[in-house]
Ligand binder design. Structure first.
Ligand code: BGC
Length: 725
């Protein structure tokens, strides 16, 4: 049965009539109340509930527990004059109680159905527990792994940002078994991921073309998938904070895209217009943000305190207030909150951690892991030969960090550590020792001696290393992207024993690991993989699962290469020269002291089997602007076990009226092949998808020559060409 999806970015005439009737009854204060979102905690509870009772709250965020939420809803529905329900928002980022891998990891599955499914499970659990609205997906493009919030998105590529963002919206907004509904909030609108130097909240200054070609498309795709809200970001864009930016909030979002949902500010981003230096107090901040198009104020209190006064004085037209309230009520009606404001507490517990959810989580986690190196096929571990294994490292028996940033109500006791996973899986005749070796971070002395002794007595070492969950996510940018604390020291000491090492690397971002990449024969990037991390790692290490994940963000060799991304421009002095003319050494776009290529490129990931690409056929070598590019290539599993391969298609527009990237991902397919099996993989891509914003800033596809690659990652592939006429 095909799934049914709710579309919240639409107009339904019967709902508009209901809104008309309600708006006609509302006082100025009650209208303002709808635009106010509050956070209720122990210290402000009394005051907030009173404010709610007076009809001065439209939404409450980050509260948990059905009884707690129902109690708040009861005040809104039964004790306010008009009984308008509140909408409850929460950060359901990568699972509610069943914690999935961080979104960056999830994106490495390149599996749209799975990504949708994990969002859907999160929605099932969260709505059964009173949540109506998730502040997700984060669809910010990020090309700077210093930025801690790279963990929350789908990496560096706008095309992946579009398709993964839309899948997550569909997952959240898919019909739920309970009949309830959830609305998604693609965030942070917009360009938040472009923060200078990867410092969170930092300024963003970029051309309108880059904004339109790279940063906006994932939002557009999320709204086209039916997302009914968005969140205005903290950052400024070209001198104007995103939460007071008429160009992005009005011109693009409303005028060009026709978005009919509502915009909520980020946490206090209305108040932050004051330190940004574009408002000289809360009143002016409220005026700037509201007139720009921020419909709901998350916690700053600026709307609550000043909006009524600004409307009464005529500084804000009442029509603008009516428009914002209409947009908010529209979503509340679409969520059926007026007819069905309460959540039945009987279902709350039963809805979480269902066995089938844990099974899906295991699948997502396994498929999100990326095998970065496997020299001499040391993996999967051969239990015929390897009888003594030393498991070393601060994350080997971890039950917390694996949950990743924004795990919220996820619990350590729901997780399985790598040590648990391995113990559960391996045959009895294998001897396991476990040594932590050192702390995760900090400079406390290591227990190197016991780690080294364990390694000396073992046939193989598994080292589980990486970042704490608190090292990525909001306000957790890093300037140094190596192993934290004394982990590198520990790794080198264990390496010196000569016992072969398999490194399992956990992180919320691409790390800088040149020494490891050079010296350690096998590296599995396991990210912060959620509650099934342990089992997934064990399955991969011992060959019960064949790794298939591929990177969605480039891994730099050194921090000095950042920002680093595959879809860069060619420049006038590209590496390797132009048109047969070789520049003198040092006159390329390069570094004198480091390679320009990444350590691991976008799209890269190994398997325990091997795939051969052959017979690229461009079936449409000449095309008109309204036709479809048809390409195929044969992929063969040339190894000995079944495996999944993510086949990627890239294009390059060779000459344009503005410069174009050297490669752009335009399609991919994930296929499963038995050993020896071949498949002709066919791509059909509308020529209209090959465009960009031209000199006049309009989207266009230009006639001319294109190159095309079908390959296993952004750095390799069969090459062909075609022409658009
Ligand atoms: C974050 C948002 C989040 C909001 C509500 C902010 O600090 O930037 O991503 O949705 O808090 O928790």
């Amino acid at each position: 049965m095909p799934h049914k999806y709710h579309n919240f970015n639409t107009i339904i005439p019967e709902i508009e009539s209901k809104i008309d009737a309600l708006l006609a009854k509302m006082t100025l204060d009650e209208k303002v109340g709808q635009t106010v979102q509050v956070h209720i905690n122990e210290s402000n509870r009394k005051e907030m509930v009173e404010q709610l009772r007076n009809g001065q709250v439209g939404s409450v965020l980050t509260i948990y527990g059905v009884d707690n939420i129902n109690a708040i809803q009861k005040v809104a529905v039964e004790e306010t004059r008009l009984g308008i329900p509140v909408i409850i928002g929460n950060d359901v980022i990568h699972g509610y109680r069943t914690i999935f891998p961080i979104p960056l990891a999830e994106s490495c599955t390149w599996d749209l159905d799975l990504i949708e499914e994990s969002a859907h499970i999160a929605a099932e659990e969260a709505t059964a527990n009173g949540v109506h609205w998730t502040f997700a997906p984060m669809v910010d493009i990020c090309r700077d792994p210093r930025w801690g919030r790279i963990a929350e998105g789908a990496g560096e590529d706008p095309y992946l940002g579009e398709v993964f963002g839309a899948s997550r919206v569909r997952g959240f907004q898919r019909e739920l078994s309970s009949g309830r509904k959830m609305v998604a909030c693609p965030k942070h609108y917009v360009a938040y991921g472009g923060a200078e130097a990867g410092k969170d909240y930092n300024s963003v200054d970029m051309s309108e073309r880059r904004l339109r070609d790279i940063y906006l498309p994932p939002f557009k795709a999320a709204f086209d998938a039916g997302a009914g809200t968005t969140m205005s970001a903290f950052n400024e864009i070209n001198g104007i904070p995103a939460s007071a930016n008429r160009f992005t909030l009005q011109q693009i979002l409303r005028n060009e895209w026709g978005f009919t949902g509502f915009v909520v500010s980020d946490w206090n981003s209305v108040g932050e217009l004051i330190p940004h230096g574009v408002a000289n107090g809360y009143k002016e901040a409220a005026q700037n943000a509201f007139l720009a198009g921020v419909d709901m104020d998350m916690v700053s209190g600026a709307y609550h305190r000043h909006l009524a006064e600004l409307v009464s004085s005529g500084e804000i037209p009442e029509t603008r207030l009516d428009e914002a309230v209409r947009q908010i009520l529209r979503i509340k009606f679409m969520l059926d909150l007026f007819d069905n404001p309460y959540t039945d507490s009987i279902n709350a517990e039963a809805a979480i951690l269902k066995p089938e959810y844990l099974q899906t989580a295991l699948e997502v986690t396994t498929k999100s892991m990326v095998l970065l190196k496997n020299q001499g096929d040391i993996l999967p571990i051969n239990t015929e030969e390897v009888k003594r294994i030393a498991i070393i490292g601060p994350l080997a028996d971890d039950h917390h960090e694996i949950l990743g940033t924004w795990h919220r109500i996820g619990r350590d006791e729901d997780t399985e550590s790598v040590l648990d996973g391995i113990r559960e899986l391996i045959p009895d005749d294998i001897e396991i020792t476990h040594t932590q070796g050192c702390d995760l971070f900090g400079k406390r002395p290591t227990n190197t001696i016991s780690a080294v002794t364990a390694a000396q007595k073992a046939d193989l070492v598994i080292m589980v290393l990486g970042e704490a969950e608190s090292m990525s996510g909001e306000a957790h940018s890093r300037a140094h992207l190596g192993l934290p604390g004394r982990q590198q020291f520990l790794l080198e000491a264990v390496h010196a024993t000569g016992t072969p090492i398999v490194a399992v690397l956990m992180s919320g971002r691409p790390l800088v690991i040149p020494w490891m990449a050079e010296n350690i024969p096998a590296i599995l990037c396991a990210w912060h993989g959620g509650l099934r991390t342990g089992r997934a790692v064990a399955d991969i290490l011992f060959g019960d699962a064949n790794p298939s994940g591929k990177l969605t963000a480039s891994w730099p060799r050194t921090e000095g290469q950042i920002p680093i991304y595959y879809a860069h421009k060619n420049t006038g002095r590209p590496l390797g020269g132009v048109g047969g003319f070789q520049f003198q050494r040092y006159h390329f776009t390069e570094f004198i002291d480091e390679e320009v290529t990444p350590l691991f490129p976008f799209g890269f990931g190994l398997s325990y089997t091997s795939f051969e690409y052959s017979d690229l056929q461009v079936l449409t070598p000449k095309m008109s602007l309204d036709s479809t590019l048809k390409v195929r290539a044969e992929i063969t599993n040339t190894g000995e076990i079944p495996g999944d391969e993510i086949v990627q298609l890239y294009v390059r527009d060779l000459v344009g009226e503005v410069t174009r990237p050297v490669k752009e991902l335009k399609g991919f397919q994930k296929i499963s092949l038995q050993p020896g099996e071949s498949q002709m993989v066919e791509f059909e891509i509308s020529v209209q998808r090959l465009g960009f914003h031209g000199l006049d800033m309009q989207y266009k596809v230009e006639p001319g020559e294109f190159k095309i690659w079908v390959g296993p990652n952004s750095a390799e592939g069969l090459e062909g060409d075609f022409r658009v006429e």
